[in-house]
Ligand binder design. Structure first.
Ligand code: NAD
Length: 343
């Protein structure tokens, strides 16, 4: 039976990446029944809102969504659709693997990190107000329930995936109450896994320095929302950039898969952007749906194209060879061809 999946192409470079990804998935041997719905800038003119109710209804009904990036206006304008989706659907865990890919030129060769980011609270709750004309206040919400839930998720992920260590990342030396509660919650959950999964903690600034010097010391990282957002871009940089960094937003019953990167509006319509991050997000989706063979086939085909280094987008090319880069569609064609030659 075909998998019914909500597909949200998104803004900026999203639609062209979504189209390429859909073609590759349709060639993966798994049948999909796509329910394509718009959210973001495209929806405002038609529905007067960037997140119409029928989009949420579609995701709730299908339980699985694949989503391109959606623009969030800076400083003014509508609230982040991405954050609203995560909060409304209670997608409390943001899973962002950062793994070295053969063939990509990076500082390290064997990075294998998993970011587990709390997805519903912290400064991302967006609770802020002006205090008079010349001061603004943002409220950082950290609860024991959400912190324990994400810590449990990180440890369960570690157990299920043969990982050996969870590192909690915080700034509890300064935010003794909020980050202190996050750390205390992680320690509390860690006790249940003693002897099975190692546990340690790092202050976030030190963590950033250590990750760019010796990423091999780390395994699974669990972080509050804002640090998770920032550190996952750092980790994307370790393995080849935002063009190759996938993600999954997971809740009790619904899962939404999307790349770490944003809508890069300045490149909209260029046809030159890298579909890998969305494709690897789709690999996570295939595994979530139990389609392990197709996930493996797609992952191997992608790995072969990336390792060969010919039919890849310009962000993955050496500066001396940018004219040898291909566009999004041609890279998708090469991945489809690589899947077929394996059959
Ligand atoms: P961005 O991730 O869109 O782009 C930053 C840079 O990364 C780009 O200039 C480009 O050089 C590179 N890049 C990104 N995606 C790439 C790809 N697929 N292939 C090759 N290179 C790629 O970040 P930004 O410019 O800070 O944000 C743009 C918009 O995206 C903002 O409105 C922001 O709020 C939004 N955003 C959305 C999401 C989401 O939908 N989940 C995530 C992050 C940012």
């Amino acid at each position: 039976m075909a998998h019914r999946v909500t597909l949200i192409p998104g803004d900026g470079i999203g639609p062209e990446l979504a189209e390429a990804t859909r073609r590759v998935l349709d060639a993966s041997g798994v049948a999909f029944d796509w329910e394509v719905v718009d959210a973001g800038e495209a929806s405002i003119a038609e529905y007067g809102t960037p997140l119409p109710d029928h989009v949420l209804d579609s995701i709730r009904r299908n339980k699985v969504a694949l989503k391109g990036p959606i623009t969030t206006p800076v400083g003014v304008g509508f609230r982040s659709v991405n954050v609203t989706l995560r909060q409304t659907l209670n997608l409390y865990a943001n899973l962002r693997p950062a793994r070295s890919i053969q063939g990509l030129t990076t500082r390290f060769e064997d990075v294998d990190l998993v970011i587990v980011r709390e997805n519903t609270e912290d400064l991302y709750a967006g609770i802020e107000h002006m205090v008079g004309r010349d001061a603004a206040e943002s409220i950082k919400i950290i609860t024991r329930a959400a912190s324990e839930r994400i810590a449990r998720f990180a440890f369960e992920y570690a157990v299920a995936n043969g990982r050996h260590k969870v590192t909690a990342v915080h700034k509890a030396n300064i935010m003794k109450l909020s980050d202190g509660l996050f750390l205390e919650s992680c320690r509390h959950i860690a006790a249940d896994y003693e002897g099975r999964i190692e546990f340690e903690d790092r202050i976030v600034d030190n963590m950033c320095m250590q990750l760019v010097q010796k990423p091999d010391l780390y395994d699974v990282l669990v972080l509050p929302n804002l640090y998770g957002d920032i550190v996952s871009d750092l980790c994307a940089g370790l393995v080849g950039g935002l063009g190759v960094a996938p993600g999954a937003n997971l809740g009790e019953s619904v899962a939404l898969f999307e790349p770490v990167h944003g809508s890069a509006p300045q490149f909209r319509g260029s046809g030159l952007m890298n579909p890998t991050a969305l494709l690897l997000s789709a690999v996570l989706m295939l595994r979530h749906r139990g389609e392990r063979d197709a996930a493996g086939r797609l992952e191997r085909a992608l790995a072969r194209v990336l390792a060969a280094g010919r039919a890849v987008t310009r962000d993955l090319k050496d500066p001396s060879d940018v004219y040898g880069a291909v566009g999004t569609e041609a890279m998708a064609d090469a991945i489809i061809a690589a899947m077929r030659t394996e059959d």
